[in-house]
Design a protein around this ligand. Structure first.
Ligand SMILES: Nc1ncnc2c1ncn2[C@@H]1O[C@H](COP(=O)(O)OP(=O)(O)OP(=O)(O)O)[C@@H](O)[C@H]1O
Length: 343
């Protein structure tokens, strides 16, 4: 759905040049929810604004639904933008218009006949759960309701792609969850591709299929959300993942391994469980097969989008020759194993 190749953006201000995007390449597939996460100033807004040409790239190419958009003329660009919806952190509603007329606005611009447009607005307000607020003005709505209007407006022209620029950053956690659920629902119902930018790993965890991590204007990691959560490859990804799933084991636990004699050895390991493996009794089966003892040091289980995901820190005690086999067994069952200490 989106194919970005070698995209760079330099802002030239008086006497200064800022490299906001540095050779960014990215593919977003049709029908997926793709997240871009990065710290403030990393280049997220610049990237999303380049995708609908609110910013003109300095170098590189961007194809949306098979069409290169960096070289379109104004007329063609206007038509292309009608198929790209966008929602914003500050909602960007027209305060003097009612909810109904805000959603109507893009249909007026696209010159959709009034009767057809009215029907469409009614359907959209129903989709976002605001039918009873049609006659109100944005100033009379909560933040979550305003964002629902923003979503209905973004969907008015039947876009194939929805861009979300920190759409939940101004909302409380509960409202954030309800807006993210709405995005998930419309992604499924309408098979709409969604690209969102955020600085909040919880947003990635709740709704995204894949994620790209952006740091200092460059993409440093891209992958399935489950893979990035279970095994982040870069320090930036590590710190985002740790912000929502604690992987840190307290130092005193790392050093307090069980008393042992020459016959036994211990390994402190972290086991990540994903999807179906989270439901299997793999640890007890390892204990029986390899005659090892297991101490649970720390554990939690969570959900990433709709998949169970957990991690356990375990101390495994057993015959030195069998410990490695025991770990290989767990790996063979599809678990991600990280050895924290050997003793
Ligand atoms: N119009 C502009 N003119 C000059 N520099 C800009 C402009 N817009 C952004 N920048 C610079 O480009 C870099 C990337 O900014 P960008 O807004 O894309 O980051 P961001 O990741 O979206 O940050 P935030 O989460 O704070 O919005 C920053 O150094 C910023 O100062």
């Amino acid at each position: 759905m989106i194919e970005i190749k070698n995209l760079s953006k330099i802002y030239a201000t008086t006497g200064q040049q800022v490299l906001a995007l540095d050779d960014v390449s990215l593919t977003v597939k049709k029908g997926e929810i793709f997240g871009i996460i990065g710290l403030s100033g990393a280049g997220k807004s610049t990237l999303i604004r380049c995708i609908n040409m609110l910013e003109k790239p300095t170098r590189g190419s961007i194809a949306v639904d098979g069409r290169e958009i960096t070289s379109l003329g104004m007329g063609e660009l206007r038509l292309a933008r009608q198929k790209i919806g966008m929602i914003f952190q500050q909602f960007n509603l027209l305060s003097s218009r009612t909810v109904f007329d805000n959603v109507m606005f893009p249909l007026e611009i696209a010159k959709v006949p009034r009767a057809e447009a009215t029907k469409r607005v009614q359907e959209l307000l129903e989709l976002v759960g605001l039918t009873d607020k049609a006659g109100m003005h944005p100033g009379q709505l909560s933040g979550g309701q305003k964002q629902r209007v923003g979503i209905a407006r973004a969907l008015a022209n039947g876009p194939k792609l929805l861009l979300s620029d920190e759409a939940t950053s101004a909302l409380d956690p509960q409202t954030t969850r309800s807006i993210l659920k709405l995005l998930k629902d419309i992604n499924r119902q309408l098979n709409l591709t969604i690209l969102l930018i955020t600085h909040d790993m919880n947003v990635i965890k709740e709704v995204c299929d894949r994620v790209a991590v952006i740091s200092n204007s460059r993409i440093v990691e891209t992958g399935d959300v489950l893979d990035v959560f279970s095994s982040p490859q870069t320090p930036t990804s590590h710190s985002f993942v740790n912000a929502v799933i604690s992987h840190e084991v307290p130092a005193e636990l790392l050093h307090s391994s069980t008393e042992r004699n020459g016959e036994t050895a211990t390994r402190l390991i972290r086991v990540s469980f994903i999807g179906a493996s989270a439901g299997k009794p793999l640890i007890s089966s390892m204990v029986r097969r390899y005659n090892v003892d297991v101490n649970i040091i720390y554990g939690n289980i969570d959900r990433i989008k709709d998949t169970p995901f957990g991690n356990l820190t375990l101390e495994i005690i057993g015959h030195p020759g069998l410990l490695q086999e025991a770990l290989d067994y767990l790996r063979g069952q599809g678990l991600e194993i990280e050895v924290l200490t050997n003793a």
